[in-house]
Design a protein around this ligand. Structure first.
Ligand code: GRF
Length: 199
C-alpha cells in the first residue's frame, strides 16, 4: 500500500510510522508528506528518509477555499491508498473528507469521545480523570468523531501536569498509530457503521 501523511508540526508520530515501515513491520511504501506549515520539523524527518514533501502554506492563500483546493491537489498527487493525519492541526473540509472516506486516519491524544479538539491532555488534567490515552480513528466530517480503530490507555498520576501526561500518552501514540496503519495495510480492518473489527 502507498501511505501518505498530513502533518503540521513536530512529526514524532509520522516518524514512528516511517520507522515501522523501514523496519519491515508494515507492508507499505511512503508516498509523501504534505504539510500546511513550512516550519514543520516533520519536513526534516521526511527529507532524512527520502520521502517527497509538498508544502501547502496556509498563510499564502487568500481564502480557506483556495487553501483547501491546493491541499486536495497535493493530496491527490501522492496517489495514496491511505492518508495518515499525524498532528494536522486544522479541520479538513467536507470535500476532502468525502474523497478520502474510509482511507484517512487521525491520531488524537485522548480516549475519544472524551476530550476532542485542542489541548486534549490539558482537558483531561482539568477534568480530573484517572485514566487517559490516545485514539486512532477513521476521519469523518465531524471533529475527532470517526470510527475508532485503536485505543491505548495510560494512568493519570497525582502529580501529573499537562506535559508529563502528554509525554506518557505520546509513548502510546507511537505504538498505536503504526499498529493501526499496519492493520489497514494488511487488509485486516472491517468497518461496519461505527464499529471497526480487526480480522
Ligand atoms: C500528537 O499528540 C497527536 O495525537 C496530536 O498532535 C500531536 C502531534 O505530535 N494530534 P507529533 O507531531 O506526532 O510529534
Amino acid at each position: 500500500k502507498r501511505i501518505a501523511f498530513l502533518v503540521s508540526g513536530r512529526g514524532s508520530n509520522f516518524q514512528a510510522v516511517i520507522d515501522a515501515i523501514a523496519a519491515g513491520d508494515i507492508p507499505a511504501i511512503c508516498a509523501g508528506l504534505v504539510t500546511d506549515n513550512p516550519g514543520a520539523y516533520a519536513i526534516e524527518r521526511a527529507k532524512n528518509a527520502g520521502i517527497p514533501v509538498t508544502v501547502v502554506d496556509y498563510a499564502r492563500f487568500p481564502t480557506r477555499a483556495a487553501y483547501e483546493e491546493a491541499l486536495l491537489s497535493a493530496m491527490r498527487g501522492c496517489r495514496a491508498d491511505l492518508f495518515v493525519l499525524a498532528g494536522y492541526m486544522r479541520i479538513l473540509g467536507a470535500g476532502i473528507v468525502r474523497e478520502f472516506s474510509g482511507r484517512m486516519m487521525n491520531i488524537h491524544p485522548a480516549l475519544l469521545p472524551a476530550f476532542s479538539g485542542l489541548h486534549a491532555q490539558r482537558q483531561a488534567i482539568e477534568y480530573g480523570v484517572k485514566v487517559a490515552g490516545c485514539t486512532v480513528h477513521l476521519v469523518d466530517e465531524g471533529m475527532d468523531t470517526g470510527p475508532i480503530v485503536v485505543q491505548r490507555c495510560v494512568p493519570v498520576l497525582p502529580d501529573d501536569d499537562e506535559t508529563t501526561l502528554a509525554d506518557r500518552i505520546l509513548a502510546e501514540e507511537h505504538e498505536a498509530l503504526p499498529l493501526a496503519v499496519k492493520l489497514f495495510c494488511e487488509g485486516r480492518l472491517e468497518v461496519d457503521g461505527r464499529r471497526v473489527r480487526v480480522c
